[in-house]
Design a protein around this ligand. Structure first.
Ligand code: SF4
Length: 716
């Protein structure tokens, strides 16, 4: 048999055809790319094509546990409900927090958000997506008045100029890279510019590569805005009729970077090459700038995003085929989390707490004959602030779903100490071993990919079905089922009376539509995220749902590929905003011996903390162990040799990895992978070296500009 489903790894959201024996076995016969899925048109990358090898019951959580002892579901659910209930009664709902994940399906995410914010009454619900796309969200909101990704994948193929900045597309979104490569071979006039502090495999496609200094992105794009103004290459008509804030943004840009020589000096690149980029951008309307963690994971990430968007607004290159600022998400359902309110500053249905009428609408929507939700009236703690709240004892219970914060959050040793101190830690996950599970009081076994049933939304706003094919092992249950049952045990059953995921999706879709809400105010009526066109599906229609891009409503029943085609934005006056931005130094600065700049990131064949990809032997061949990439001069200075195990350290922690001496690194900068952890190697958590500092607007950690010392292992 074959079932169409969706890859559970990156934000490209590729369609997968899974081959299996109906209802039998614990694995799949194989997977292939789904030729009918618009995201990948049959392509898969090496991780996606190895999916079948990551399955099987070995290494899975199969039974609930309390304090390490296997218990029945009834015992576990009663314990979760009574312990959460007593903390809530004693300290209030705000003493309870949820930490969610871009691995959750939209239905899981929706019901978790409703449970915590609506009925436990805590605003403290955040997600590991805070670590990958929060700055992109904040930047879009400032510019467009809503978290609105304007582009679609086709725009990458139809653009005449594609700028890849802070994105190693070849490794991290490989199928998009394949699509771009194919488009370039079809269109010899297409130009590709890669901007990155490291030489990566993505550079193979580049007509122009700018190896900029870390943190110089704003100087680079402010320089571009200055250049466009100086050369008379602005779209004056678009600026005048569709934007505001241009004069201030240009003044800030010209003050920081008045000319190309200054820009080149600030970015550490050759002025002639920089001018080539500026000329190409300024003379081309069909430009897509694609960015990812290299832009977002910074203490000035939101400003960097807006510097990019400013250039697009100034040139009018948005809302057209092959044009726009395009943020690509890291996780399979980071976008779904944004839709349902999975971030601490959101409410539900893509609304913020301050969206006029939103609190009232959600309260009315979630009210049942006998239950009125106890919604908090303002945002909760973002991920790093959540850890601090646990340290202060304000948060007494933490429920972690489908993520491994002991490895992924910065200052990992401090996170470990905080979680150890938290009076109640509940972890629901599908794997039996991860670093976080060791600190859980209550462990709840969840279903995994190929078992879970629901939807995910990819980076181009495309909703796709992920279909349950295999039965979960042992007593493992779906996340939505676990949350529903805890809600029932806490007395909220009437509001969680779902018989299946299709009913949760239907509620989510209905909440997104304002057409039939007589009490909606005009403000709440003019909204971006609207999938009311998908409401009312019965199980059969939901099962057959084909991939579709939101908004989906009466005006756009077949979905919407591209936003802002009429140049009307989501701000009150319909104009996009240019934001005056200026470069700011990284928060992490040289500290004693720790002077080298540390860049962290993914590698081609692994996913996050390797709990799944490490099960596929062929995925271990590409890079089989933790490593440190270092420039030859820095290696010589630190007396480390290529192939030797070396040590990175600072006041926060240490990391051991094999040295790879390479001129792909700029001098004074290092790169290490984020994947390894205590399950797979000794002292190999990259996050142990990164300080818990973040962008004040987005809360996204500064994960690409740590500071470390490098020394040979024998020097210890
Ligand atoms: Fe999966 Fe991303 Fe690879 Fe597509 S590109 S197969 S979504 S990991």
């Amino acid at each position: 048999m074959e079932t169409n489903t969706t890859c559970p790894y990156c934000g490209v959201g590729c369609g997968v055809v899974a081959q299996h024996d109906a209802g039998r076995g614990d694995t799949l016969a194989g997977v292939t790319g789904d030729k009918t899925h618009p995201a990948n048109e049959g392509r898969l990358c090496v991780k996606g094509s190895a999916l079948a090898q990551t399955l099987g019951h070995e290494g899975r959580l199969t039974h609930p546990r309390i304090d390490g002892v296997t218990v029945s579901w009834e015992t576990a659910l009663s314990a979760v409900a009574s312990r959460l209930g007593s903390i809530r009664a004693q300290h209030g709902g705000g003493a309870i927090a949820g930490y969610l994940s871009g691995q959750l399906l939209t239905e899981d995410y929706y019901i978790a958000n409703k449970f915590f914010k609506g009925f436990v009454g805590t605003p403290h619900v955040d997600t590991n997506s805070r670590l990958c796309m929060a700055s992109a969200v904040a930047g879009y909101k400032r510019a467009f008045g809503a978290d609105a990704v304007p582009c679609c994948y086709e725009d990458l193929e139809t653009a005449e100029l594609v700028v890849l900045t802070g994105s190693n597309l070849a490794w991290n979104h490989p199928v998009l890279y394949q699509r771009l490569r194919a488009a370039k071979s079809r269109n010899p006039l297409m130009r590709i510019v890669v901007i990155d502090p490291r030489v990566t495999d993505t550079c193979e496609l580049a007509d122009l590569f700018l190896q900029i200094a870390p943190g110089s992105d704003i100087a680079l794009f402010n320089g571009l805005l200055s250049y466009m103004a100086g050369k008379g290459r602005l779209d004056r008509d678009f600026i005048e009729h569709h934007t505001e804030g241009f004069d201030d943004a240009l003044a800030a840009a010209q003050q920081e970077v008045p000319d190309i020589a200054t820009a080149a000096e600030r970015c550490g690149v050759d002025a002639e090459r920089l001018e080539t980029f500026y000329y190409w951008f300024a003379t081309q309307l069909h430009v897509v700038t694609l960015y990812s963690q290299g832009i977002n994971q910074s203490s000035g990430g939101t400003d960097r995003v807006n510097a990019i968007i400013n250039a697009h607004l100034a040139g009018g290159s948005i809302g057209l085929p092959g044009a726009g600022p395009f943020s690509i998400t890291g996780q399979p359902n980071a976008m779904g989390g944004r839709e349902v309110g999975g971030l601490a500053n959101q409410l539900a249905a893509h609304m913020d707490y301050h969206t006029p009428g939103a609190l009232d609408r959600v309260t009315r929507f979630w009210t049942t004959p006998n239950l009125v939700p106890a919604l908090p009236d303002g945002p909760g703690h973002k991920a790093l602030a959540l850890v601090e709240a646990i340290e202060r004892g304000e948060v007494q219970a933490l429920w972690i779903m489908a993520t491994n914060p002991l490895v992924s959050l910065p200052d990992a040793n401090r996170v470990r100490a905080a979680i150890q101190k938290c009076p109640l830690v509940i972890v629901s996950d599908c794997v039996a071993r991860n670093d976080t599970l060791a600190y859980a009081d209550i462990v709840l076994p969840a279903s995994g990919w190929a078992e879970k049933d629901g939807t995910v939304t990819n980076s181009e706003r495309r909703i796709s079905r992920q279909r349950g094919i295999l039965p979960p092992p042992g007593e493992a249950r779906h996340d939505w089922w676990i949350i529903r049952e805890v809600a029932r045990h806490m007395g909220f059953g009437e509001a969680f009376d779902y018989q299946g995921v299709h009913e949760i999706f239907d509620e989510h879709a209905r909440l997104s539509g304002f057409e039939n809400d007589p009490q909606a105010t005009p403000d709440t009526g003019y909204r971006l995220f609207d999938i009311s066109g998908l409401a009312g599906m019965d199980r059969a229609r939901y099962d057959a749902l084909a991939p579709i891009q939101w908004p989906v409503n009466a005006d756009a029943p077949r979905g919407t590929a591209r936003l802002f085609e009429r140049a009307r934005f989501m701000t009150p006056n319909g104009r996009a905003r240019l934001i005056a931005v200026a470069s700011s130094p990284a928060i992490q600065q040289p500290d004693g011996e720790a002077r080298l700049v540390l860049n962290t990131g993914r590698i081609r064949d692994q996913w996050h903390t390797m709990t799944r990809t490490a099960r596929a032997p062929r995925l271990m061949h590409h890079r089989s162990e933790p490593f440190i990439e270092v420039h030859p001069e820095d290696a010589r200075h630190a007396s480390v040799q290529n192939g030797q195990i070396a040590r990175l350290h600072n006041t926060l922690g240490e990391y051991l990895g094999r040295v790879r001496v390479t001129t792909a690194q700029r001098r004074g900068e290092l790169f290490i992978p984020i994947h390894w952890n205590d399950q797979f190697a000794h002292q190999a958590r990259a996050s142990a070296l990164i300080a818990a500092v973040c962008d004040p607007l987005s809360g996204q950690p500064e994960s690409k500009q740590g500071r470390v010392a490098l020394s040979p292992i024998t020097a210890q």
